[in-house]
Design a protein around this ligand. Structure first.
Ligand code: SF4
Length: 87
């Protein structure tokens, strides 16, 4: 039996050849390159059927790298901060 994360990850639109867009390269990445890479990744997220599940999962495990659910690490951190303030 698959766990919850395994189930929604099977439907992820980022699987396959463009998976590299979702994480920074091992080499130095300039600001403009990062912005372009992230924009390309987020455009894939926008049509992903499991975007909500992905973002919830990334926040739940405190994922500190990459694009998850259409948000980068700083955007997820800001979202978490806003949610905590609303409690
Ligand atoms: S929302 Fe984006 S990062 Fe998450 S599974 Fe879908 S395509 Fe991948």
């Amino acid at each position: 039996m698959q766990n919850y994360a395994e189930q929604w990850q099977r439907m992820a639109s980022c699987k396959g050849p463009h998976a590299d867009l979702f994480y920074p390269p091992n080499t130095t990445e300039r600001r403009e390159e990062k912005a372009n890479r992230e924009a390309d990744a987020k455009s894939i997220c926008n049509d992903c059927p499991v975007k909500v599940e992905c973002l919830d999962y990334a926040i739940a495990i405190n994922e500190t790298y990459g694009i998850w659910g259409g948000l980068n690490e700083l955007e997820r951190k800001n979202l978490t901060t806003r949610r905590l303030r609303l409690r």
